[in-house]
Design a protein around this ligand. Sequence first.
Ligand code: BGC
Length: 874
Amino acid sequence: MLLQPAPVLFEHLQDGLGIGVAEPRLSWTLPVGAHTQDGYEIELVRNGRVHRTGRVDSSDHVLVPWPGAPLASRELAAVRVRIWSGAAEPSGWSPPALVEVGLLEATDWIAVPVGGDWPEDPDADRRPARVRRDFALATPVAHARLYVTAHGLYEAEINGRRVGDETLAPGWTVYRERLRYRTYDVTGHLAPGANTIGAWLGDGWYRGLFGFDGGTRNIYGTDQALIAQLEITHTDGSTTVVATDHSWNAAPGPILTSGLYEGEAFDARLDDARWSQPRNEPDPAWTPVATGIRDPRSLVAPQGPPVRCTQDVPPVTVTRKDDGRHLLDFGQNLVGRLRITVDGPAGTVITLRHAEVLQDGELATAPLRGAHARDTYILAGGGPRTWEPRFTLHGFRYAEVTGWPGELADGAVTARVHHTDMRRTGWFECSDPLVNRLHENVLWSMRGNFVDIPTDCPARDERLGWTGDLQVFAPTAAFLYDCAGMLDSWLTDVGVEQLPDGTVPWYVPVIPGNDIWTPIQPGAAWGDVAALTPWLLYERYGDLGLLRRHYHAGRAWVDLIERLAGPDRLWDTGFQLGDWLDPVAPPDDPAAGRTDRYLIATAYFARSARHLARSAQALGDAEAAERYGALADEIGAAFRRQYVLGDGRMTSDSPTAYAVALGFRLLDDPLGRRQAGDRLAALVVEGGARIPTGFVGTPLICDALTDTGHLDVAYRLLLQTECPSWLYPVTQGATTIWERWDSLRPDGSLNPGGMTSFNHYALGAVADWLHRVVGGIAAAEPGYRAISFRPRPGGGITWANTRHETPHGSAGIGWQLTPEGMTAEVTVPSGCTATVELPGCVQVSLGAGTHYLDSSDLTRSGTLTKQAVSCEAG
Ligand code: BGC
């Protein structure tokens, strides 16, 4: 008999506890030894009753519809699956996976927001509160759940023990409409008799100082409050509910101030370590809470993983300055915060400052603009204490520690890396160490900026969900990490923030911008996230439900641009960012690139219309597919009329113009494509193979060159080390992707532009080309059901290993050049088909399994026959 499949997963979650859908879809990977699936059977155990589907003849095993009646709030089900693969006998049953629904109905909630009830100045820093409540349990506990969220940020504790391990919970959504709660199993936190539940509160995005030009306070409200509902089921079947209400108490805590940009100040002398434990006497410092209002219909369960600490990084050097300060270098630009363990006299003030780069041996804080990134800890005395700020994160490689009592011993200060704890799914490595470091930098920039929402940068006073940045980076992101759940959630907010006329914001959630960003107005490449990214996620994860959920937003976007463009189909009006950060744009005007902004706008209009047609097709809306397909054709024709000249040159004779025309397939005839490709290659070579593109052209240029016979030029661009190029920052010691090609200039000075981050993933979008073209793995059908392995080596790279955990399982290709050509080891996940095309060889089809191919002797593989394959050249 076959081995058993791994436990099923629900939706895009790693853990089925607190799921927010009544009919969660199920995914499983096939057991070892099963290359295909002919059928499956699912078993649900609900309330002691067993329900089996019986054998279902289907090869589907990703996001399979829930096979029973919808689950109700709080309902628990155990799910197992077994499969048939080629034989009459099924596999063993998978180990049972538990799914438990959260609170689906507004009427499930009785908790109301509770916070401190003392006067506060809404225009100044406010000292965060802690809230708590004692309660007694007369009967033993069978199980207990805590459903919890906040206006602001929270960390809950029960009986002195922290609940969960999330950072910056509940994350950032458009709080007005959607506030995420999380469900915890807190059975083990409770004890018979006296119990206490409490929470730390922080301002966060809800009411903290956030945004442009000094920031705005109270973006969502002036209150700071916990919303918690502890539901206990006792062994005798009775229940107890402890929900936030007027019976809770609040007191100012030891956090003096806390802000995402500013950092946190903590006075350990004010801390009472037993604050969340039962006490015998009432404490007069704790006063009754103020209660607030929250529409429970806006409380939603998470669709993806939370932000967590995922790694501890020790300093690589600690330098003591003459004046007693310590400068720490962690060797890696990261996002997180410091954990310190310190002992010293009460009242000693330790200050921690952070920066991404140094200048003249000191922290370079100018790029942080208004973000002070400063944490302060005041010692309580009485022995060593360990502390890490709670409600802030910083982007830094370097930290300065002031006021440290005595020597700073090894292990006393550690950088802790925090980001959305997505499952890693993509790896790439090749024979060129600089390219490997570039790839590593892309990975770190993703980690640093996938912090509940996809942000532009993590250090300065911005950290916003810029739609254009994500739109260009999504193909890379979806390879490196499983970001389906996180981006599904964020795209929901994109839809929420979209104006009724279809306008998509520059960044989501929307906060007050200076006059440029709000009121929002439509901009190409940024707004196109609504039409392009759901399709991209569908391609990578095969989730039709996700595509359907966001289809309306994409459609409203394309319809809007259709109206703006008018009958000539040219989008040539309004404010546009163009090829943002084209290297020739002056530091203070990054939109002033060499490519006509309206050329880019019309190209994106065509691209989105085309993708909408594809989405409509996939969703079975044939009429819309035809309508948007025809629209895309018309825009393409208008684009050529307006922007392509008789000799194949374009009105903007710029690399980005050719890259978009080619990448978006706007040049319909082979001659036009060849001319454009040749011109693009010539321009790149004329420019000394330095990168000539900004946000728009950069993700496209290598593919445009590859597809038009100029792979060698694409490799010259990739391997260039002179500024501007992808590898220039690597040669300067960069450990993340920079916002500007020359964030640090060749003369060692910082770019003087007001916008100079060292951790910005957008220009790292080239990694998608690394994975698909250098490595050689691409999805040929949605969800990698069919995979194309088509490595195209060049640039002196002699080997590459690329692996991707597809929704079906692990796909990989490792190739190396040989004197005769290339050998490759290709792994096709179970349930998938693949084609392999080594350079100069015809395409061969492969099934699941691991295959060894040799371009000079493809028959060497046990799975390939001479008749099935042939190879033209070595
Ligand atoms: C951000 C970008 C963003 C841009 C839009 C910047 O401040 O950091 O990445 O897309 O503004 O203009």
